[in-house]
Design a protein around this ligand. Structure first.
Ligand code: SF4
Length: 306
């Protein structure tokens, strides 16, 4: 992963999209210091408000993650301790960071469970996670982020494992969180439909690099990068259930140990030309749009070279 630069304003949602294996989750985990430091070397700068997270001592970073930033995952069960009550994560946050006593913390957990739409919240908060449905478990995790009133919520494929109705409810909940509390949201997904329903801006990732960045409306109506165009074509074919046009993108995402030279998308790109396999494309502004694409097609000095 290299040369990645993203920012999210307070109360806004940025969608990070791309096929599985593009490096989206790795990027988010490295930004939040969730990767083992002895195995992954992360350099650069990650700022949460005025705090620099890169190089922050572990203990301090854990405190920041408990109180100011949080991450929720595709399979909430994996992030919950199977033998502790479902309300335990929110309870611990309130005890450690909220300064509440035991009774008040329990009462507050029930309030938070009710806020995220869990029926019978007192009973549910006391049950172990396996007694709750997948949607309820995801809501319980979101309730623990409400307990901390985090500034940044990173949601990694939070609805992929849920059925369509529950998915819509969870996305509506994330939207409410952003609007009502000013929480900034980084939403990682391979589903552009989810981005359209939730985000204001989108970054498209391919093979460890951001290849296009811009406002959701602009990218959806006029995608600039060939990879984004193919992702959107696949989305439209799926939405229209058009089997004839449901081709997918030929080839596979390359292995990080064997990234192609030049533009990493060139082996799969239907629009590649002479320089694409040797020169790394720079981030270039797209005329008439508030965004950029990393593609030689927008470099006027290279256009026409075939
Ligand atoms: Fe395709 Fe070349 Fe643009 Fe890469 S730089 S996306 S290969 S046209």
């Amino acid at each position: 992963m290299d040369n990645v630069s993203l920012s999210i304003e307070r109360g806004c949602a940025l969608g990070l999209v791309g096929e599985s294996g593009c490096g989206k989750s790795l990027l988010a985990r490295s930004a939040l210091g969730l990767l083992p430091r002895r195995l992954f070397k992360v350099s650069g700068s990650v700022r949460l408000g005025q705090s620099e997270l890169i190089g922050m001592p572990r203990r301090q970073l854990r405190k920041v993650l408990g109180s100011r930033a949080a991450m929720i995952f595709q399979e909430p069960a994996a992030a919950m301790d199977p033998v502790y009550p479902a309300g335990d994560a929110a309870y611990e946050v309130l005890r450690r960071h909220g300064g509440l006593g035991r009774v008040d913390s329990r009462r507050r957990v029930a309030e938070l469970f009710a806020q995220v739409g869990i029926d019978d919240p007192l009973k549910r908060a006391a049950q172990i996670p396996s007694r709750l449905s997948g949607g309820m478990r995801q809501r319980a995790l979101i309730a623990s982020t409400l307990a901390a009133d985090v500034e940044l919520l990173v949601a990694d494929e939070p609805t992929t494992a849920l059925d369509v109705t529950i998915q819509a409810q969870i996305l509506a909940l994330l939207n409410r969180l952003r609007r009502d509390r000013g929480t900034s949201l980084l939403l990682i997904t391979h589903d552009l439909g989810v981005v359209a329903a939730t985000c204001q801006r989108v970054a498209v990732m391919y093979a460890g690099r951001i290849v296009e960045h811009g406002a959701v409306g602009e990218i959806f109506s006029r995608p600039a990068h060939p990879y984004t165009r193919l992702l959107l074509k696949a989305l439209h074919a799926t939405q229209q259930r058009d089997i004839q046009r449901l081709e997918g993108i030929p080839g596979n995402v390359p292995d990080p140990s064997d990234y192609p030279t030049g533009c990493r998308f060139h082996p799969r790109c239907p629009e590649r030309f002479a320089v694409c396999d040797s020169q790394v494309p720079q981030q270039l502004p797209i005329p008439g749009r508030n965004g950029w694409a990393a593609c030689h097609l927008y470099d006027s000095s290279l256009r026409g070279k075939s």
